[in-house]
Design a protein around this ligand. Structure first.
Ligand code: ATP
Ligand code: MG
Length: 579
């Protein structure tokens, strides 16, 4: 089976595969647990740009809602005041929409389906006070180190905090003082009173509120206490009426705590009732998407940006959604990749070559063909005496409706240096002295020799054309093996090409610790070249996709600057990078 057959079978399978999350939701729908509507959410923290791993979660969260005719909320999980910003928030929205998804549902403001977790701070605070009143939460002033020591290890019960049995009235007083700003960061915290003997360490009276004197990007200094993720998340899910809350595997051990909070909300009568059904949000976990040859932690991506190792979050080498867009990847290819990577309970690593394959598959069908010469050398056709002519070339040989275009051809043309060899190797069917080659869509050319400069570099190639071969075929029917692309010297325009390769040379840049990951940067991840393109490309718009014939897929970055999206053929070999 060739590569194509193999992967199309895989696609057919995955399209119909009913992974465990889908089966789980199906069962709840059938059991009437959703009140007639599946509601999911995608909850990014607006502290960075979303990357391919988030794209996977986007596909799962929005995809499952769509599959069941439900809704997916976009909730910015802005419960951590540091490093969050509107710039990040706006770009997250833009990237999700670009991926082809749209949030829907009520929303907590004017925008349907859109929520800011911080808009619930008041409600969360109220819930925390209720827990205190019910004796289910207490204020604790153990220091970080003591707190860890008291919490203990899974095999042995922990030690109760000296504050564990403080009466609710005093707890309430301290909690209100915490909120009023009486204490410094870390001096006190609020803990849920659950079980210091639980084998699950997350159930040993977890911290649910902490003091943080920091400015929040929306609420300024309104709060100096902030809810912890484990407390905030189930509240957000419950109050928004989310039925199915999907997240990554590391949260599995937090699930009993999630359920504990939902139970308390139930006791308080706070669960949403939909069509007579009380909605109890449930959490399930799937394996993160990991990709080799890159890093995906926002902290490390931020470091790359801040230290100027890359040209911003949208550098085409970054695994961010905006980086992939600028690289020329398409939303369809990214969705296809996420689908093929599958939904699983087991951590695994995906090869970026699979993503590149998906990109190539789509662009091969859709990208307009153009000619570009990335590393130019001039060819002079000595017997070309007439005026320039127009060669007619198909815009996409796979799609007749894409039509043809006329490309000017004359006495002097550019070809790629690699298409010529003065002393040809065996099986080199391109241009060489004494041999014939077809100039794509134009004519048959016979090379007679080349001119060199003082340093011995080839500065010009010379030859003649067969005047009875206009269009590319010989009148006498003789065969010519090689066909090469060209750009006419007179009408062609100068262009910049950015040739991207993997950002990291190593499969796992974190193998010897996150502090050393920069050592694994690929020094050749960006090469810039200057050459020539067909004149029509002067009008290319940023984001337009092209296949530069025989060279690769490119996208326009800005006027006459083209980013290489992916090479034409998959020449990727593990350990060698994509050459
Ligand atoms: P980081 O650790 O890089 O900051 P994060 O997981 O904290 O990433 P969030 O903004 O909190 O980033 O993530 C939003 C959602 O995306 C979460 O539900 C998270 O589980 C999911 N997600 C993040 N990374 C991946 C990944 N590699 N694969 C699948 N889902 C992911
Ligand atoms: Mg997070």
């Amino acid at each position: 089976m060739n590569e194509k057959d193999e992967t199309s079978t895989a696609s057919a399978e995955s399209a119909t595969s009913r992974h465990f999350l889908r089966q789980w939701i199906e069962k709840d729908v059938a059991g009437g647990k959703t009140g007639g509507k599946v509601v999911t959410r995608f909850p990014p923290e607006p502290n960075g740009y979303i990357h391919i791993g988030h794209a996977k979660a986007v596909c799962v969260d929005f995809g499952m809602a769509a599959l069941f005719g439900g809704e997916c909320h976009l909730r910015l999980d802005d419960t951590n005041p540091a490093k969050e910003s509107d710039e990040f928030a706006e770009n997250i929205k833009r990237d999700i929409r670009w991926l082809g998804f749209e949030w829907s549902g009520e929303g907590d403001g004017a925008e349907p389906g859109f929520y800011n977790a911080s808009n619930m701070f008041g409600k969360m605070y109220g819930i925390a006070e209720k827990l205190i009143e019910a004796g289910q939460a207490y204020c604790c002033n153990l220091g970080q180190e003591e707190w860890k020591e008291y919490r203990g290890v899974p095999e042995k019960p922990g030690k109760p905090s000296p504050s564990r049995d403080t009466d609710p009235a005093r707890n309430l007083k301290i909690f209100r003082e915490m909120r009023a700003g009486k204490y410094a960061d870390g001096e006190w915290c609020l803990r849920a009173k659950i079980d210091m003997a639980s084998p699950n360490i997350h159930m040993r009276d977890p911290v649910i509120y902490r003091i943080r004197h920091a400015e929040h990007y929306h609420l300024g200094n309104e709060w100096c206490i902030y809810p912890m993720y484990d407390f905030a998340h189930p509240i957000e899910d419950a109050l928004e009426g989310v039925t199915h809350s999907m997240c990554t595997l590391e949260f599995e051990v937090h699930r009993p705590l999630y359920d504990w909070v939902v139970d308390r909300l139930d006791e308080m009568g706070l669960l949403v009732v939909r069509n007579g059904v009380k909605i109890r949000p449930q959490q399930r976990e799937f394996a993160r998407l990991n990709i080799t040859h890159t890093v995906m932690s926002k902290r490390l991506l931020r470091q790359l940006v801040e230290e100027g190792r890359v040209d911003g979050w949208d550098d085409p080498r970054m695994p961010t959604v905006c980086g992939m867009r600028r690289r020329g990847y398409t939303p369809g290819a990214i969705r296809e990749f996420c689908e093929r990577a599958g939904v699983s309970k087991v951590e695994s690593e995906s090869d970026p070559a699979l993503l590149e394959w998906c990109v190539r598959e789509e662009l091969n069908r859709t990208a307009a063909r153009r000619m570009a010469v990335v590393d130019p050398v001039k060819v002079v056709i000595e017997n070309w005496n007439g005026p320039a002519r127009d060669a007619e070339l198909p815009n996409n040989p796979l799609d007749e409706s894409a039509g043809t275009r006329k490309v000017r051809f004359g006495r002097e043309i550019w070809i790629d240096r690699s298409d010529f060899m003065e002393v040809p190797e065996k099986k080199f069917f391109r241009m060489a002295p004494g041999g014939e080659v077809r100039l794509r869509g134009a004519c048959i050319f016979k090379c007679t020799g080349c001119v060199k400069d003082d340093d011995g570099n080839i500065s010009e190639i010379r030859g003649t054309w067969d005047e009875n071969s206009w269009g590319g075929n010989a009148a006498d029917g003789r065969k010519v093996k090689g066909t090469i692309h060209w750009v006419d010297c007179e009408s062609g325009v100068k262009a910049e090409f950015r040739l991207y390769d993997r950002l990291f040379s190593d499969k796992d840049p974190l193998a010897d610790g996150p502090e050393n990951f920069l050592e694994h940067l690929n020094p050749d991840s960006l090469k810039t070249a200057y050459g020539y393109v067909e004149p029509s490309l002067a009008a290319a718009e940023p984001g337009e996709h092209f296949q530069f014939e025989r060279t690769g897929y490119f996208t326009c970055d800005s006027r006459l600057v083209f980013n290489r999206t992916v090479t034409l053929k998959d020449s990727f070999k593990p350990g060698e990078g994509n050459k």
